[in-house]
Write a protein that binds this ligand. Structure first.
Ligand code: E4P
Length: 216
């Protein structure tokens, strides 16, 4: 499963890319707002650093506006994927963008049927928001299992990009469910390699090594 970093923070992106585990990045208007940066300039920098697809979100809500905005975003770099919301106008735009060869990530998805429609229109990725569903008392990961079944039933090439991940269990369950990608914020990425037993065992090994008498 691919791991994308869900942030627009350049320091976080540089750091996580240094670890060698990041396959791409996702941004959204709220994440861009947090940086205080001018979007286009920021997007160009993110695309230079990330060694894979970078999702940049459209703001327009009508199909012609989305297509025009997507064309501009796609010019920023070769690794741009345009995020389009799952609304009727968004679906119309995704179909046109697929015909133009512009990659899309259909976002703010909260049901398997929305994902089915996105795939039928030729979306490159679909982003189901698991954490947001959990927060209203629905089991977000059930949606991922259902989307996986639907996409496999009909051989859709659209990739399932699990979004709104809140904790390591969301990443684990995404991998077990056969999701193609999970995007997660830096706090979650940092939790993925940590384990208390790793710390205990490593500490013991290093303490014993210090007592080995003759070290050539
Ligand atoms: C994904 O592309 C989105 O940026 C992200 O996962 C949104 O999640 P959140 O706003 O619920 O954290």
């Amino acid at each position: 499963m691919k791991l994308f970093l869900d942030t627009a923070d350049l320091d976080q992106i540089r750091e996580a890319c240094r670890w060698g585990i990041i396959d791409g990045a996702t941004t959204n208007p709220s994440l861009v707002f947090k940086t205080g940066r001018e979007p286009r300039e920021l997007y160009a920098e993110i695309c230079r650093i990330v060694p894979g697809p970078v999702s940049l979100e459209c703001i327009a809500l009508d199909s012609a506006g989305i297509v025009a905005e997507a064309r501009q975003l796609a010019e920023i770099a070769d690794n741009v994927v345009v995020k389009v919301p799952i609304i009727r106008e968004g679906l119309i735009a995704v179909k046109q963008l697929a015909a133009l060869g512009i990659k899309t990530n259909v976002t703010v998805v909260h049901s398997p049927l929305q994902a089915l429609l996105a795939a039928k229109c030729g979306a490159t990725y679909v982003s189901p928001f698991v954490g947001r569903l959990d927060s209203v008392g629905q089991v977000g990961m059930e949606m991922i299992h259902q989307i996986r079944t639907i996409f496999d039933n009909y051989d859709f090439a659209t990739e399932i990009l699990v979004a709104s991940a809140r904790h390591p269990l969301h990443v684990l369950e995404s991998a077990l469910a056969g999701a193609d990608v999970c995007t997660a914020p830096m706090e979650v990425m940092e939790q993925l390699y940590q384990h208390p037993m790793t710390d205990v065992v490593l500490k013991q090994f290093l303490a014993d090594w210090a007592k080995v008498p003759a070290k050539g």
